[in-house]
Design a binder for this molecule. Structure first.
Ligand code: G
Ligand code: G
Ligand code: MN
Ligand code: NA
Length: 256
């Protein structure tokens, strides 16, 4: 596979790029942080989206160095923005971590090193895991999560509701945040069942002390409905698309 063959070189050359999508408070659209999203600027294929190479990188093991680069790069940039535009609460840096990367015994050291070298406050770092990470029933997963919690790092479940999640995971693991998948948000203004599901997730999260981020908010009606439900955070094209670092700093400057 051409992309797989080019990955060693691309990693060595730091040939990847990050985009940063703002995460805001749903009620007043105040900026809360950014989610880092990887891209591969490829000579012939243009800007390759993660769907086309993250699975390959997981299969080959490239995800470990690649994931470490994403963490380090995102933490450094967002930490720098926080210092340049101080704000309370501090900006959050949300980083996607794939299942194999999370199970790798080296992950904790990568996170510790990232926090040290970037100066990012541990409380500002959010690691986004998919439900597939929790499914393996591996005791190691819980141990790693608790070690991350001890460092002060937060854990989010990404694409919540789309996988084979069991509600018992929410008690079993030290999770801080649920990201409600876009597919639940899409029809929220027209489908009463979707409203009930999202409202149910928000209520459960409230009881369990979890924060909620609604993903893929594209219009004002969706925003208003989610605000009425008490969903605290959101992201989506209504607020901003994934931005270049330069655009993200502009966004931050205007928001401050
Ligand atoms: O940015 P985009 O919508 O194309 O992202 C598609 C998918 O790729 C999303 O599910 C997102 O979580 C995932 N993704 C984006 N960046 C990263 C990354 O740095 N690491 C991992 N493991 N997944 C990522
Ligand atoms: O799975 P994850 O939540 O990490 O995926 C984030 C992806 O969703 C990003 O690649 C981003 O481009 C995409 N995305 C974010 N907001 C919106 C939106 O409002 N509409 C659509 N269609 N995609 C979005
Ligand atoms: Mn995500
Ligand atoms: Na994701």
């Amino acid at each position: 596979h051409e992309l797989q063959a080019g990955m060693d070189t691309a990693i060595a050359d730091h040939a990847f790029a990050l985009r940063y999508q703002p995460i805001v408070q749903v009620d007043d659209t105040a900026l809360a942080g950014f989610e880092a999203l990887i891209r591969w600027p490829h000579a012939r294929r243009g800007m390759v989206p993660p769907d086309q190479f993250i699975t390959l990188a997981e299969e080959s093991g490239h995800i470990m160095p690649l994931g470490a680069w994403v963490l380090d790069h995102a933490a450094r940039e967002i930490s720098r923005w926080q210092r340049a535009h101080p704000r309370t609460p501090p900006l959050r840096a949300s980083v996607n971590v794939s299942a194999r990367q999370f199970r790798d015994p080296g992950l904790l050291d990568v996170v510790r090193r990232t926090l040290r070298s970037s100066g990012l406050a541990p409380g500002s770092l959010v690691l986004e895991l998919t439900e597939s990470v929790l499914m393996h029933g591996d005791v190691q997963i819980g141990t790693t999560m608790r070690a991350l919690k001890d460092l002060g790092v937060s854990i989010a479940i990404d694409d919540f509701g789309t996988g084979f999640s069991s509600l018992s995971y929410l008690r079993e693991f030290p999770i801080d945040l649920l990201k409600v998948d876009k597919t639940f948000i899409d029809d929220i203004t027209t489908d009463r069942q979707q409203v009930a599901l999202v409202e149910g997730i928000v209520r459960i999260a409230e009881v369990l002390g979890l924060q909620v981020v609604a993903e893929g908010i594209e219009n004002e009606d969706q925003r208003a409905l989610l605000a009425d439900m008490g969903c605290r955070y959101g992201q989506g094209f209504l607020f901003a698309r994934p931005l270049t670092a330069h655009q993200a700093e502009d966004f931050l400057h205007r928001a401050a």
